[in-house]
Design a protein around this ligand. Structure first.
Ligand SMILES: NC(=O)c1ccc[n+]([C@@H]2O[C@H](COP(=O)([O-])OP(=O)(O)OC[C@H]3O[C@@H](n4cnc5c(N)ncnc54)[C@H](OP(=O)(O)O)[C@@H]3O)[C@@H](O)[C@H]2O)c1
Length: 280
């Protein structure tokens, strides 16, 4: 099995290019044990970056993550997010402290602004810097910020401390290839690709199925391999079953050939002009 490539963040942290998402986890007590086991299976396979958010199941996903990482916190690179309505100077700090409690830890490695709301970016950045100075977070980043928002962020004091932009990116959502992705990589800010398999909606596509068949893998694995083939992109698929986790880990072993990529480009054309950043 191929090693999971590492992506270096500008604070020196090295994170696996393949992590695990948690949206929709923690919604039902009946599924909790399976979700914890799936995350732990991923950790054992080296998918040690776990992405969560205060929003998911109203804190329920963070509690699942807390259970999954109990006793193995040191193996995990923990990412969580503050909701825009909480992202004031004081609100960000309070939200982080509440997340830390639910996660059962004293440090979030990477804390993101979930999307831009009405609080000024400067207030959120100030709070993020204060949290970092206190050691409650290792660093901070943003999510769902388009190129103009990123330009604005970089104008703010300490705005250049932003470590990542987590955005929607998969075969059917290629808009960022036009500008946001190359600009981010040029600026040394890796992109974290969320919904890398479009929550399953693209899996019946004929081209994807044909490529998958040629490689003897599933369409989801091809979709993931397609995202992972780009250096500087971190993918965070969510899988609540251990079988899906194993398949996602194995997607790193798929080497897509030029002919595969051409076929996928024909079915999912790259952008020819600026498109507004899509969001789920
Ligand atoms: N920043 C943001 O605004 C934002 C927005 C959306 C998502 N995210 C983050 O990104 C993560 C991933 O995105 P997502 O959850 O929206 O969508 P996703 O990862 O593209 O898709 C998740 C769905 O795909 C299924 N799946 C996973 N692996 C599979 C496989 N190998 N074969 C077939 N199906 C598979 C899962 O099923 P099972 O669960 O049954 O295994 C689940 O239904 C989220 O969980 C969250 O952490 C962030």
């Amino acid at each position: 099995m191929k090693q999971i490539p590492l992506v270096k963040l500008r604070n020196g942290d090295q994170v696996p290019a393949l992590g695990q998402g948690t949206w929709n986890m923690g919604e039902s007590a009946a599924h909790a044990a399976a979700e914890v086991k799936a995350l732990q299976a991923g950790l054992e396979l080296g998918m040690t970056l776990i992405d969560t958010a205060e929003m998911y199941a109203d804190g329920g996903a963070e509690k699942i993550v807390g259970r999954a990482i109990a006793g193995r916190r040191d193996q995990v690179y923990l990412v969580s997010k503050v909701l825009p309505q909480n992202a004031s100077r004081r609100g960000t700090i309070a939200a982080c402290e509440a997340s830390l409690k639910r996660l059962g830890t004293d440090r979030i490695d990477l804390y993101l602004l979930h999307w831009r709301g009405s609080h000024p970016l400067s207030a959120t950045v100030e709070a993020m810097q204060a949290l970092a100075a206190q050691g409650k977070i290792g660093g901070w980043g943003v999510s769902n910020l388009d190129t103009d928002d990123i330009d604005e962020l970089l104008e703010e004091e300490n705005g250049n401390q932003c470590l990542t932009n987590q955005v929607l990116y998969n075969l059917s959502r290629r808009g960022i290839e036009y500008d946001l992705l190359p600009q981010s990589l040029e600026r040394g800010v890796p992109v974290m690709a969320y919904s890398p398999i479009e929550q399953g909606r693209i899996l019946k596509n004929a081209a994807l199925a044909a490529v998958a068949q040629r490689h003897g893998v599933t369409p989801a694995q091809v979709a993931l391999a397609w995202v992972l083939r780009r250096p500087g992109v971190i993918a965070i698929p969510k899988a609540a079953s251990q079988e899906h986790v194993r398949q996602n880990r194995a997607s790193l072993d798929i080497a897509l050939a030029d002919a595969d990529l051409r076929e996928l480009d024909a079915a999912f054309p790259p952008p020819r002009r600026k498109l507004p950043l899509a969001m789920l």
